[in-house]
Design a protein around this ligand. Structure first.
Ligand code: NAD
Length: 503
């Protein structure tokens, strides 16, 4: 079994704890690799290395920092199949989705490399003569990056690429289930020419390593993706130090299907949205809101298609649904299925741990569909597994009400052929992302990604907006008049403005 250290100042070193944890393939239970249980002292070493590397990385022209990202993109491309296979073994998503996860890393590396030639500020006109006004972007400094397990490659790339191109140095803590892909990303960065100390990596529990990063006085900003519960804690800890904390949290994403929709297309969307990645996407479709006129027809066909989904080893290309990440998550999902039954929701299909043959070795849950009433816990709380709550709506207004009446606001979707209905939905759905005639999953990296309400705190990843999360803006005034000019005071406004008499 492979053994890893933590990565500080360009070197793999031991943790001060000398203790380790083992990651396992969720489809087979096989042990994969051993990682150190990091400590606050390890975090301190990582932060010091990042601080030391900061001045020269910050002083490197952004287009040259970007060249390293271009190298990284090309190297990931070369190793795409190897990385995807490893990702499937570590996290359990089916191989086609794992390739997508890696591709997202390539895409964001290229997009952020292109930002290296922009990192835009603005110039505006001064109210005074012989004076120039502009704003420029500066890195935050040392940033702490904390990630979940469901996109073990894409999400780390979403964070590292903009952070690095903007001139920050990094202390990274991956999820304990999925630290392996990060070791490959670090290898690639090293080969691509990233100087030592710019990217540091400490594995270990959230409560120890995560907390130590957020509360370390040498960390200038944190970007966190994970659950609302932990996000709230990270935000509160960061607030004590008044640092930037970017949060990307959970979802309870609705797909609305109107009576004029292409029902077969809506079924394809629901299947992919609800059961893709075994429902473990922050944007997964966990609620399907169907217009009453097409409800019976759609539900019947959807159940029939769901029952045909093949569960199994996610490396097998004929498999549709892989395992969930670990035993704890499986039990949480099965617990929610029990809650649904006890609340009186009607279980239409699935509802059990999937067993038999090779499935017995892993953590598999049957794709599950409930007919539910809006307000039940399974319609409001994030389950993060292959469980879909289907609800009936009388009309568009009721569908929108149901869609919005949750604490989350990440992704949303509507299937309709009516352009007016589509645009009304775009306006009314309380979410950071709305799809029309497409499922709630499948964001492209060129547009901002993030949510409203309890899904986040206003920042966005991906798109050019990603740069905002990792930069401070400095306003610059250059006076070339050779005299003291006083803004607002020396300006002869009276000469130029007309006063309108009252009355
Ligand atoms: P989690 O909140 O349990 O853990 C996320 C990360 O935080 C892990 O690395 C964990 O070790 C760390 N952590 C735990 N306690 C901590 C603490 N006290 N201080 C600092 N760090 C701590 O989430 P998870 O189970 O890994 O991931 C699933 C969640 O992530 C879901 O809620 C999902 O919706 C969300 N998610 C959101 C997005 C998004 O972009 N909005 C994307 C993917 C996943």
């Amino acid at each position: 079994m492979e053994q890893y250290g933590i990565y500080i100042n360009g070197k793999w070193v031991d943790s001060t704890s000398r203790e380790t944890f083992t990651t396992r393939n969720p489809a087979t239970g096989e042990p994969l690799a051993e990682f150190p249980k990091g400590t606050p002292e390890d975090v301190d070493r990582a932060v010091k290395a990042a601080r030391k590397a900061l001045p020269s990385w910050k002083a490197t022209p952004a287009p040259l920092r970007a060249e390293i990202l271009y190298n990284v993109a090309r190297m990931i491309e070369k190793r795409k199949e190897e990385l995807a296979t490893l990702l499937t073994k570590e996290m359990g998503k089916i191989i086609a989705e794992a390739r997508g996860d890696v591709q997202e890393g390539i895409d964001i590396a290229k997009l952020m490399a292109s930002e290296g030639r922009r990192l835009k500020g603005e110039t505006v006109k001064s109210e005074l003569p012989n004076k120039f006004c502009m704003s420029i972007r500066m890195p935050l400094g040392v940033v702490g990056l904390i990630t979940p397990w469901n996109f073990p490659f894409a999400i780390p790339c979403w964070k590292t690429m903009p952070a690095l191109v903007a001139g920050n140095t990094i202390v990274f803590k991956p999820a304990t289930d999925t630290p392996l892909l990060l070791t490959r990303l670090i290898e690639i960065f090293e080969d691509a020419g990233l100087p030592p100390g710019v990217f540091n990596y400490v594995t270990g529990s959230g409560g120890v390593v995560g907390e130590a990063i957020v509360s370390h006085p040498g960390v200038d900003g944190v970007s966190f993706t994970g659950s609302v519960e932990v996000g709230r804690r990270v935000y509160t800890q960061g607030a004590k130090r008044l640092i930037r904390v970017e949060l990307e949290l959970g979802g309870k994403n609705p797909q609305i299907v109107m009576d004029d929709a292409n029902i077969d297309l809506a079924i394809e969307g629901a299947l992919f949205g609800a059961f893709g990645t075994a429902g473990q996407r922050c944007t997964a479709t966990s609620r399907l809101i169907i217009h009453e006129k097409v409800y019976d027809e759609m539900l019947e066909k959807l159940v029939e298609r769901t029952e045909r989904l093949k569960l199994g080893n996610p490396l097998d290309p004929s498999v549709d649904v892989g395992p969930v990440i670990n035993q704890g998550q499986m039990e949480k999902i099965l617990g929610y299925i029990d809650i649904g039954k006890r609340e009186g929701a009607k279980l239409v299909t699935g509802g059990e741990r999937a067993t038999g043959g090779e499935l017995d070795r892993g953590w598999f849950v049957e794709p599950t569909i409930f007919e539910a009433e809006h307000g039940m816990r399974i319609t409001k709380e994030e389950i993060f597994g292959p469980v879909l709550a289907v609800m009936k709506a009388k009309n568009f207004d009721e569908a929108i009400h149901i869609a919005n009446d949750v604490e989350y606001g990440l992704s949303s979707s509507i299937y309709t052929k009516n352009v007016n209905t589509a645009f009304k939905a775009i306006e009314l759905l309380e979410a950071g992302i709305t799809y029309v005639n497409a499922p709630t999953i499948g964001a492209e990296i060129s547009l901002p990604f993030g949510g409203v309400k309890n899904t986040g705190n206003g920042w966005r990843e991906a798109g050019s907006a990603a740069i905002d999360g990792y930069t401070e803006i400095k306003s610059v005034y250059i006076d070339y008049s050779d005299k003291l000019q006083k803004a607002q005071i020396d300006v002869p406004y009276e000469k130029y403005t007309k006063h309108v008499e009252q009355g």
